[in-house]
Design a protein around this ligand. Structure first.
Ligand code: SF4
Length: 378
């Protein structure tokens, strides 16, 4: 076992469980990240396989890899105004709260082919309601040539006004965020001063979960983007024992603000296989939002939990309806999404499990809640 994966103080039962986890799931930590993992407990917990991943829990495909909207590998759409492209499916490290660690995802079809990209571009071009294209992964910054190929083609679609790139590679490999890469991305930013509505904006969504991740190298790499006019939005996943206190989230957002990263989303941790020990109650995030509410609005992220039909926004005074299903607590909520729209955009014939239609045609979702106690082994 890599010494990096060696967690001090494990009981013999936990050691056996960690061995099982290492067999069951993939593990990867990039060299730059390894330096931070050695220094920060909060970062180590995100990347070093925990024995608690062995607990029987969750799904390995909350969002299927590749998605295959309309048979096009790498195209995904669930909203009217946005489409998602995943040109490259690999990451430089595997976050333990993500389904990418699942072995069944290894080996095959790690990228969109030229034909996939051409078909996805044709699809987006044919629907002028799509104003935003999110290019995500895996990590698109690992493969700059593939990214540029996609950017060039998306950029030529007139009605697409926003292009967003989702990444963690600024954290995983800041040394790879070169001036050339930043120049290549920034050249797609375009302001039409004569007719501002014809402008196009390209921005970056950066996932950072704890202030320890914003090292000098990561901030320097981020600044290469920001100084070229690329806004970076910071998104966080709420995780037990890592950032589930208002003080920790506040420190991170204050850090975002002072290095020029715009605080954006706080995600509740999804019910991913092996992620049970990370999942707080949804209410925990509400409590954090409430503590941040008296402070500047610049410290208030959008708090959301995500089901297969889309994001569910949660405010600081949000009431929840809890439902017991097979002995587990679910949050029942009417979404802002119409079932007919969802099925049309996502090319689905039915709603996903744990979703139903109300009398007005809106989707009602049931989301598995977490809890705020530490996991206890039987
Ligand atoms: S970088 Fe993103 S896609 Fe890759 S493992 Fe982490 S959370 Fe998952």
């Amino acid at each position: 076992m890599s010494r990096l994966f060696d967690i001090e103080g494990l009981t013999s039962q936990e050691r056996e469980m960690q061995k099982e986890v290492l067999k069951k799931f993939r593990s990867k930590i990039s060299p730059s990240l390894a330096k931070i993992v050695k220094q920060s407990d909060a970062v180590r917990k995100q990347f070093v396989p925990s024995p608690y991943e062995a607990l029987d829990f969750g799904t390995d495909a909350p969002f299927e890899e590749g998605k295959m909207n309309r048979g096009i590998y790498g195209l995904e759409r669930i909203y009217e105004d946005r489409a998602v492209l995943t040109p490259y499916f690999e990451c430089s490290a595997y976050c333990r709260y993500c389904f990418k660690k699942t072995r069944t995802l290894g080996g095959e079809a790690k990228r969109m082919s030229d034909d996939d990209i051409a078909a996805a571009i044709d699809y987006i071009r044919a629907d002028s309601r799509i104003k935003t294209v999110l290019i995500t992964g895996g990590d698109p910054l690992i493969e700059p040539q593939l990214l540029e190929n996609v950017l060039q083609q998306v950029n030529q679609i007139e009605h697409v006004r926003n292009i967003r790139i989702g990444t963690r590679n600024i954290l995983f490999a800041p040394e790879n965020i070169t001036d050339d890469l930043a120049d290549m991305i920034a050249k797609y930013n375009y302001i039409d001063f004569g007719n501002p509505r014809q402008s196009k904006n390209i921005s970056i969504g950066l996932s950072i979960n704890h202030g320890d991740e914003l090292t000098s190298e990561v901030v320097r790499a981020s600044q290469k983007m920001i100084r070229r006019g690329l806004a970076i939005r910071g998104q966080m996943v709420l995780m037990k024992g890592i950032n589930d206190e208002a003080k920790t989230i506040r420190e991170l957002i204050e850090l975002f603000n002072c290095v020029g990263i715009v605080p954006y989303y706080l995600f509740h941790c999804m019910p991913v296989i092996g992620a049970k020990h990370f999942r707080t109650s949804v209410q925990k995030g509400v409590d954090i939002l409430r503590e941040l509410s008296p402070l500047s609005g610049s410290l208030a992220p959008h708090y959301v939990y995500v089901t297969q039909v889309g994001k569910h926004r949660v405010g600081p005074n949000h009431p929840f309806t809890y439902v017991d299903i097979d002995g587990q607590s679910y949050i029942k909520a009417t979404t802002p999404y119409k079932a007919a729209d969802f099925m049309a955009y996502s090319d689905s014939e039915a709603l996903p499990p744990l979703h139903e239609i109300d009398e007005n045609g809106y989707i009602v979702s049931y989301y598995l809640d977490g809890h705020d106690q530490a996991e206890v082994l039987a």
